[in-house]
Design a protein around this ligand. Structure first.
Ligand code: C5P
Length: 221
């Protein structure tokens, strides 16, 4: 009677978000975007003028911030932070950088642990993040680790942002991605690494449907 969990971990731009949402949709399972929780705490800390160098205040913020996910009429997932729709703000590079900084604080990670586990509800959960298979759901039924070359990840992000009219350079994005990768991989708590029992899929050059198919095949096996 245990609820099945599929964890999808990997670096930013590996396609985790898109793949996880599609797989969750196809399976009819719940979806946890754990990065959005870290981003939400980062954004809430910004609203409250909390210094990113004040761990105690950030931990309090992690406990106190109300974070809700709501599916909009167009099927898009909106994120409400303390009651305000912060979906667009959460996607900015500033929010990503703040998330990455606060995610390095062990007590912040601990503060968000139970909240993440509460997403595990029948009929199943697809959990997307960095440490879903290693720390949050170590007993998950299927674990996937998605990768892609840094160049391809920068290109995907470049496309996404230019489609939205945001002006960025490919080389600037590549630099940011490499810096964030290094920070996420080197931090002392929950560094980005595949679980021993994770299946690695390199998505470089693969289409979305291809990857979704491979992941679904693992779940149905
Ligand atoms: O996945 P996303 O880009 O939204 O995550 C933003 C940041 O939050 C990451 O760079 C990472 O530092 C942190 N994060 C984390 N653990 C997770 C999800 C995100 O440390 N499970």
């Amino acid at each position: 009677t245990t609820t099945p969990v599929l964890t999808i971990d990997g670096p930013s731009g590996s396609g985790k978000g898109t793949i996880s949402r599609l797989v969750a949709q196809q399976l009819g399972w719940h979806y946890l975007d754990s990065g959005a929780l870290y981003r939400a705490v980062g954004v809430a800390a910004g609203w409250a003028d909390i210094d990113l160098a004040d761990p105690a205040a950030l931990v309090r913020c992690a406990f106190d911030t109300d974070i809700r996910f709501r599916e909009a009429e167009d099927g898009e997932l909106r994120v409400l932070v303390n009651g305000l729709d912060a979906t667009d703000e959460l996607r900015t590079e500033t929010a990503g950088a703040a998330a990455s900084a606060i995610a390095a604080i062990p007590e912040v990670r601990a503060a968000l642990k139970d909240r993440q586990r509460q997403f595990c509800q029948p009929p199943g959960l697809v959990a997307d993040g960095r440490d879903m298979g290693t720390v949050i759901f170590p007993g998950a039924s299927v674990k996937v680790f998605l990768t892609a070359s840094a160049e391809e990840r920068a290109e995907r992000r470049y496309k996404q942002l230019s489609d939205k009219g945001v002006s960025v350079t490919l080389s600037g994005l590549l630099r940011e991605i490499l810096a964030r990768d290094a920070r996420d991989a080197q931090r002392a708590v929950a560094p980005l690494r595949p679980a021993d029992d994770a299946v690695r899929i390199d998505t470089t050059g693969l289409g979305i449907e291809d990857v979704v198919g491979q992941v679904l095949a693992l779940v149905k096996r």
